[in-house]
Write a protein that binds this ligand. Sequence first.
Ligand SMILES: [Zn+2]
Length: 270
Amino acid sequence: MARVMRNAVVITMCALALLLFVGRRRFPKVQSSELARNSGLNGEQAKTKEIDMARDFAPKTKLTARHDGWRLILVNCDHPLADDFLDSVTLKAIHGTALKVDERILDDLEQMLGDAKNDGIDLEVYSAYRSFQRQKVLFEQGVKERVSNGMKRDEAEQETATWIARPGSSEHHTGLAVDIATPSHQGLDESFRGTAAYQWLLKNAPKYGFVERYPQGKVGITHINPEPWHYRYIGRDLAPLLEASGLCYEEYFECYLAPIFESTNLSQEI
Ligand SMILES: [Zn+2]
């Protein structure tokens, strides 16, 4: 009997050690302090929460850079796309529009738009794939506007970059991002948050694989002001997990997805 008890204790200890090891590996230290800051938890409570999150929000399917890298790619000012990235993407027009997306997300996007319509919500895509050249023009327009208002060039570039991604670091280059509004509220601005269309997206977009990419409260990490209209495809399996975690994509990527790419070069994989 004593031996059974001893074995049970050893097995439990091993399981706990493994859980702590996995939790720590998946969650870099920055995550703990981030959680503590966001939720008012002290260091120990934040650590406990980390382990809960590691269990609850981790991908439930096996992901590999080769098969899933195309939809997991992290694009931001610190991770600009390689010049030859577009050679690996096939674009296809969204039904009834001239706007294009990566053909692999088209079915999910069109199903989302169709199901919204069935719920009485008119969603319209205002922007989808955008070339480097087009992004350059938009960025330059933003800079010029600020310079003409008296800002210095480098200041104007920095300020513009919080609204319009620098060429090469926009998700719109990937064909995985769409700007969505509704015909009764065409402007892509903060007040879109007050519409029924936004409320529908908030509740339903993750089911179709899309997440609100630049949420409120995460500007310090994304370096992009909140954009309730900008949705990024990451897949039907991951979007609900990311949404439930309360993390932004940079955080989720660092916690759960970066290890997949640790030993591989993503731009070569996809
Ligand atoms: Zn956008």
